[in-house]
Design a protein around this ligand. Structure first.
Ligand code: ZN
Length: 280
């Protein structure tokens, strides 16, 4: 990726110096059940996923409403099938719904046929739950493959948010084809901080670390006049003492007076003329 193919600074609406996208992956039960058939009888693990919808999501939606901020929610098809009311609540609040597979299968571990089924079943389930057709895609576990990359183009997705090749919007490419990439990073994800399982261990970090690191990245992005994408999971950030840190961060960002809180779809539409013009 040549540097000229990433977005130049100073391009945000209303004179804003920094664009901030809050994104939530509503993995819920699929986050466990898609990881292995053995989870079907592990009721405790699956209940932790369910908490993301029963407690985490309403808490997140209430907090965002209180700050008049719109976000992007990547919803697996299976989550939409189990919890159509959750999809309706997200849409009714004016947020964006993105595609996040169906059973949350890792694409790098799935066959080509399974990857196609993940895309097509996910689209059908979101539509059945009343969601608008998603413009964006985020690969489960951020594992994008050549097969799924091609499926995104085949199905007309406007952007992907799974890759890490820049910290500005850029064009991700494979085999001569490109898609607008709104990049992510593990350091801007709640899971590496708080994700813990009986099988793999993990962390239960001081929640203040999330605030300090993410605020530092916000300040850097503001200095560089670029986008920053934060990735969260309602079952993780939706614990009250953690969400309090996110709310504190939103308050400080808003106080800066020059932040554009935008869904990834809004960002993609804003950067498309510039990025796609560069590609010609
Ligand atoms: Zn996920």
């Amino acid at each position: 990726m040549a540097d000229s193919e990433a977005l130049a600074p100073g391009v945000w609406p209303g004179g804003s110096r920094v664009a901030v996208s809050l994104t939530f992956d509503v993995d819920a039960e699929a986050g466990f059940l898609g990881d292995g058939a053995h989870y079907a009888r592990r009721l405790t693990a699956v209940s932790e996923g369910r908490y993301g919808v029963t407690r985490g999501l309403p808490r997140v939606l209430a907090m965002l409403a209180g700050h008049d901020v719109r976000a992007t929610f990547f919803v697996p098809g299976y989550t939409a099938e189990l919890h159509p009311d959750a999809v309706a609540a997200i849409v009714a609040a004016g947020h964006e719904i993105g595609h996040h597979g169906h059973m949350h299968l890792r694409n790098d571990l799935a066959s080509a046929d399974e990857q196609r089924a993940e895309i097509e079943r996910g689209l059908a389930a979101l539509a059945a739950a009343g969601a608008p057709r998603p413009a964006g895609y985020r690969s489960p576990a951020w594992e994008l493959t050549p097969e799924t990359f091609s499926l995104l183009l085949e199905h007309g997705f406007e952007y992907d948010s799974s890759c890490m090749g820049d910290d500005r919007p850029y064009l991700e490419s494979w085999n001569g084809n490109t898609i607008i990439e709104l990049p992510v990073h593990w350091s801007l994800d709640d899971w590496p901080r708080f994700g813990w399982s009986i099988d793999h261990g993990g962390n239960v970090a001081d929640p203040a670390e999330l605030f300090h690191s993410w605020h530092a990245e916000f300040c850097a992005a503001r200095d560089e006049e670029r986008l920053v994408v934060y990735t969260m999971h309602p079952e993780v950030i939706g614990r009250a003492y953690r969400l309090a840190q996110l709310e504190k961060l939103i308050d400080m960002m808003a106080d800066s007076g020059d932040v554009w809180f935008a869904t990834l779809g809004q960002v993609a539409r804003h950067v498309a003329p510039t990025l796609l013009g560069m590609a010609r």
